[in-house]
Design a protein around this ligand. Structure first.
Ligand SMILES: C[S@@+](CC[C@H](N)C(=O)[O-])C[C@H]1O[C@@H](n2cnc3c(N)ncnc32)[C@H](O)[C@@H]1O
Length: 187
């Protein structure tokens, strides 16, 4: 039986349907999808159950699952994904170190929802740009998150996402969606 302590899925999933419409359609070819920051697997489960429609579709679940007592969140993630374990690839580690081990243009869609520190988000953005296929979409969560840090820029994803967009727009990305979350298509 699945068990969660948080629900970020209800709102994020609505934006996923908007920005990844093609991935929800019947497809002849399998896809690879990456979620950076999976926590207890609530959204991971939703992706497999709602987006995936080809038997070989694969979700790469990346998280360091660190800082929790006795691996509480990691074990909860594994329990929650137990019946779907054939559909996922678990990558446990810091995204700054694990993303570089993955091959170029492996993914048909990427959902970035890991660290909120600007420097980490910048690293995740640059790696995601390398990892996403041309014509496919990266969705950044928490674009407008500041958690009452009083505008401390290094703690806000927006600083990094704006910088990434500024560096790449026009020649290799296009912003296709902007609200609390922001999505870019690699062109
Ligand atoms: C907001 S939660 C993710 C929520 C999840 N996507 C969902 O919708 O339920 C953020 C996750 O990012 C992970 N995280 C934070 N910084 C990270 C980093 N540098 N590398 C890997 N994972 C990280 C945390 O462990 C946490 O589980």
């Amino acid at each position: 039986m699945v068990r969660y302590t948080q629900n970020w899925t209800t709102v994020a999933s609505q934006d996923m349907i908007r920005v990844f419409p093609k991935l929800f359609e019947e497809r002849e070819h399998p896809i690879n999808f990456l979620e950076i920051g999976c926590f207890e697997g609530r959204t991971s489960r939703w992706i497999v159950e709602n987006m995936f429609n080809h038997p070989e579709d694969k979700l790469y679940c990346l998280d360091w699952w660190r800082g929790d007592v006795d691996n509480e969140h990691y074990n909860l993630f594994l329990d929650n994904m137990e019946d779907l374990k054939d559909r996922i690839e678990v990558i446990r580690g810091e995204s700054q170190h694990t993303l570089p081990t993955l091959e170029d243009q492996l993914f048909d869609g990427i959902y970035v929802d890991g660290s909120h520190e600007a420097i980490d988000v910048m690293s995740d953005a640059i790696q995601s740009f390398r990892l996403i296929k041309k014509g496919c979409v990266i969705l950044f969560d928490d674009y407008l998150w500041d958690n009452n840090h009083g505008g401390q820029r290094h703690k806000m994803p927006k600083v990094a996402i704006d910088c990434f967009v500024e560096m790449t727009k026009g020649w290799s990305t296009e912003v296709i969606f902007k609200s609390y979350r922001l999505a870019v298509k690699r062109t």
